[in-house]
Every structure is written in C-alpha cells, then in structure tokens.
Design a binder for this molecule. Structure first.
Ligand SMILES: O=P(O)(O)OC[C@H]1O[C@H](O)[C@H](O)[C@@H](O)[C@@H]1O
Length: 546
C-alpha cells in the first residue's frame, strides 16, 4: 500500500521546522541548560548501554523522530517482518533472519511450514558436524583428522564468518587453523593455502545461490588442489562441505548433498552469519557458544519487537541516522570499536548498512527526493585517532560516530584497558565540546596559531558500552545494527533486503572475460574507454608498458 511521500509527511515537516529552530544549538549549550542530560538521554537493553546524549537533539527532537517512525508504520512493518510476511517487496519474499535465532520449541509457521523447527534441525546437523571436526572423528580422505578449515565465500557468505571469527578469537580452538578465501584474485586462495596440508584441510563452500562466480572459481581451484594432492576425486567427499540454499547446484559441483547445510531464501546474504553460513564460526567456538551467540541476537530481537520506540536502542540509533542524513546533510557515519577483536566489524557493517540502504527507489517504485543510506566506515580505536580522526574533529564535514567499548578487556594487562577506554570518553568529549577560541588563547597560544587550534566541537557521537565481548554480546550488537538498518529503511520507504545494484557489474564482467582470455584479438563493441582499457590490458599481458 503506497504511503505518503516522506517529505510530505506531517512529522517530517515538523522536523524541518524543528531543525531550523534547534539545528544550530551547540552541544555545550544543550549540556549547560540541562545538567542531567547525560543521565537521561541513554537507554539500555540486552547487556548494551547506549549514551546518545552527545547528539544534536533535544527531547522534542526525539519525540518528533519517534512520531515520524510511527507515521511511517515502523511498528506494523516490524511486526510484519517478525510474522514472516513479504517485507522484501522487490524480491517478493520474507526477511526472516529473526527466525534463525528463535529458541528451540518456539514456532513460526510460514507457508504451512514451521521455520523454527527447520532452523533447529540444521543447527543440530551443524553441531554434530562441528563436534566431529573438533574431536577429530571426522577425518580426511587419508584418515587424518582435519586441522585446517577454509571458508570459501564472498559478501554475506564471507564478511559475517570472518568478522565473527576475529571477534570471537578469544573463544576459538587455537589448535585449528581458520582461513577465509573470498576474492577471485588468486592471491587470496594461494596465500590462504600456502602452508596448509591438503590431507588435513576442509573447505566450506559457502554460497546462498551457489552461482557466485568468485566463489565457484575459488571452489574449483580448491577441488583441484585437493584432488591433485590426494590423487583421487573421492577425496572431495571428505574435504568439502557446502552451505547453500541450492541443493542441485551443490550436487552438480560434486559435493554430496549429505554434506550440505541448508538455509533458505528468506535469509538475506548480509543477514546470514547466524544461519548455516556460520558453520566455520560454530567449528571455531563450538556449538554451545554458537547457541549463546544466537541467544544474544534473540535478546535484541525481543527488545526491538517489544520495547516502546522511545526506549528502543535500534530505533533510537536508526532515527538519529535519519535525522542527520535528512536535516544536516550528513553523508557518512563512522563506527569505531575500541576492541581489537572487532577489527572486521566496520567491514561487516559496510555490507549490512550500505547494501541494505543504498537505494534510490521507494517500495512502490518512485525515485526518492531525499538522501537514503549514508556511507559507513571505521577502524578500531585508538588507531583511527592517530590517522583520520583529525578530519572528524576539525574537518568541514559533519560525521556522526558510534564509539563501542567494554568494561573489561579479554586480555587483562596492566593499565591497557583503562587507557584504551579513557580514549572513548575523551574522544566523545572532545568531539562534542571542542575547544573555544577563548580557551585556546587562555592557554597562552601565540595569536597566529589560535585558528589552527580551535576545535569547533558540536560533533555527535553515540557511545555503546557492554561488559565484555562474549559470543552473546556479539550477537546482540549485530542484531542492534540490523534493526537500526531496518528502522532507517522503513522511514525512507526502501527495500532494505534486495541488492539489485550489484547485478549489472557482474553481467558486464562475464561479457568482458572472454575478451581478455581469447588468443585472437576480439572485436570490441564497448564504449571507447572500455575498448581502450581492454586493448591496453591485452598489450600489458603480452609485453608490459611500451
Ligand atoms: O552467498 P552468495 O549467493 O554466493 O552471494 C554472495 C554475495 O554476492 C552478491 O553479489 C550480493 O551482493 C551479496 O549480498 C551476497 O552476499
């Protein structure tokens, strides 16, 4: 059902007016006027504490934003997602990642089938396989236990598994080696397998469609690598398993469907790290901890599903992005985890946020006349502070930042963790309050240097705190961002679950590949730039730059 265009929505108009009134007020002022602001503008759920007081908002802003969410039907759309209705409109299917973490025994019937029962039946098969690998009872073709696990996949079939492996490194079996091959660049495969023995290596070919060129190319190279070394096609059965929705293609590739772990069309690639796509994670941390991670996801799902919008962490975070993007012209959002184990979290979030909300068409098919998803990026703190934070502090662009920290580190060592954490609070403080000209002068700064040292401040941050990074808290954190993305997409009236924009490049690459590999000089029918580049490439292949 078409909804009112966003900019004609009464609450959007009210926000425009409100922005004219308060958009220029400095955070210094907002804090000075309201001594309890830092205690009040915060929310907590499922082990995560969110301080959003250092945002350029007032209570009225939050009231209007929640009103906007209601007017846009966020609650109905959320309920519809949880019921398994077709919220992925352009692909005519549900987006039911929340079913992947519903507890055993609960039910959700979609099209006559209980999807929760299906989910747990696959989780059980994964658990027994993971136990087989971890205990050494699953052996390779020559009878040796598996010691190396290589996940081959790309996009959602890679970023989640890599991120989770790195994030949960403290909980992983150190006697097993995990590698991740994603890029079709041969370097990925060659470097990942260089020091591995084929007899002890298992490949997990992870692909929702089992049609992705990069993954199938890498999987074929892996099969050759195993078969050449072990001298028999039969080795494939002990050294390859698949994770996919597409049993026929898996069988055609030569992997026994008995060695396939299933998931379903209603799990989007970038929402799949808690499905069978997480098989490498489960082998690394064990089935019990994998279930703890699922419980963490579920706790945030329940919070998102039931908490009032005004106290709902993903809703608040999503609406703040809408506020900055819609009224401050913000183009990018930084996410800086102050925990090295989360070093791949920003990369993971890039797919989740940008593939979900980088859209220009509304659900109904008209072109939006407002900005949708911003660019997400980030690096672990404190490294970023010694690199690009300069621009966040004193550059000409406004970049809201999420700073993520923990009360305890996983590797206690002297004062390290307190020093690390003090940087979170210091950065949020410096970004919000800056340093005025008077303050700089009062420090005895030479007049010429004053403009360079003034820090405007008024730069927004969210601070997210948890106790310690556990599998459970990782699940909670990922679900928080998933639902924040959903909140944003709902307000913008776009489909956060499709990704049509990635298709054209794939089609063109398939057309160009034979032109690069053929021995004869092919007739080129592209634009003049593409033709020239292909000719130059072919010349470089033959003789280098002349
Ligand atoms: O899991 P697969 O089917 O191999 O897909 C892998 C990835 O490729 C696609 O191009 C999409 O952009 C991603 O959303 C997806 O995660």
């Amino acid at each position: 059902m078409p909804i009112t265009p966003l900019r004609q929505q009464p609450s959007w108009k009210a926000l425009e007016q409100h922005h004219r009134e308060i958009g220029g007020i400095h955070l210094r002022q907002l804090f000075a006027d309201d001594p309890l602001r830092g205690e009040r503008l915060c929310a907590q759920a499922a082990g995560l504490y969110l301080d959003y007081s250092k945002n350029r908002v007032t209570d009225e802003t939050m009231r209007l934003l929640c009103g906007l969410a209601r007017e846009r039907g966020l609650e109905e759309r959320r309920n519809s997602m949880f019921r398994g209705e077709c919220v992925n409109v352009s692909e005519a299917r549900p987006a039911l990642h929340v079913a992947l973490r519903m507890p055993r025994g609960s039910t959700l019937v979609v099209d006559g089938a209980d999807v929760v029962a299906q989910v747990h039946s696959v989780l059980d098969r994964m658990a027994s396989f993971a136990r087989g690998i971890r205990s050494g009872t699953w052996t390779g073709h020559t009878g040796k236990p598996i010691r190396n696990i290589v996940n081959i996949g790309i996009g959602g079939s890679d970023l989640g598994p890599v991120m989770a492996y790195e994030a949960l490194r403290a909980y992983t079996r150190r006697d097993l080696t995990f590698r991740f091959v994603s890029n079709v660049d041969a370097t990925d495969f060659v470097e990942a397998t260089r020091d591995l023995g084929p007899e002890e290596t298992l490949f997990i070919v992870a692909s929702k469609t089992f049609g992705t060129l990069e993954t199938l190319t890498n999987a074929r190279s892996a099969r050759d690598w195993v078969v050449d070394a072990l001298g028999s096609e039969k080795a494939v059965a002990r050294h390859f398993v698949a994770v996919s929705t597409h049993a026929r293609r898996v069988a055609e590739f030569g992997i026994d469907p008995a060695n396939m772990f299933e998931f379903w069309d209603w799990v989007g690639g970038r929402y799949s790290m808690d499905s069978a796509i997480g098989l490498s994670t489960m082998i690394a941390i064990g089935p019990e901890r994998f279930h703890e991670m699922l419980a963490g996801f579920h706790a945030m799902d329940e919070h998102f599903r039931t908490a009032p919008l005004e106290e709902n962490l993903p809703v608040l975070m999503g609406l703040l992005v809408v506020w900055y993007s819609g009224f401050f012209g913000v183009q990018s959002v930084g996410v800086m985890p102050y925990d090295r184990y989360l070093k791949r979290f920003p990369a993971y979030l890039q797919q989740l946020t940008m593939e979900s909300n980088g859209k220009h068409a509304t659900l109904e098919g008209s072109v939006v006349d407002y900005d949708t998803g911003p660019v997400y990026w980030g690096e672990p703190g404190t490294n970023g502070q010694h690199s690009f934070y300069q621009l966040i502090h004193q550059g000409t662009r406004l970049i809201p930042v999420d700073l993520i920290g923990f009360g305890k580190g996983l590797n206690p060592l002297g004062e390290h963790h307190d020093i690390l954490s003090s940087n979170i609070f210091a950065q949020a403080q410096a970004l919000a309050f800056g340093r005025t000209e008077e303050e700089v002068r009062a420090e005895g700064t030479p007049p010429d240097a004053v403009p360079h040292r003034v820090m405007e401040g008024n730069r927004p941050t969210n601070v997210l705190l948890g106790e310690i990074l556990t599998p459970r808290l990782l699940g909670t954190l990922v679900a928080l961002y998933e639902h924040s993305v959903f909140t944003q997409g709902t307000v913008w009236d776009i489909d956060s679950f499709d990704q049509w924009g990635v298709e054209l490049g794939k089609v063109l690459a398939v057309r160009i590949t034979p032109e690069l590999t053929s021995q004869a000089e092919p007739e080129l029918t592209h634009d003049s730039s593409t033709n020239a580049l292909i000719r130059r490439y072919r010349a470089l292949k033959r003789q280098g730059l002349s």
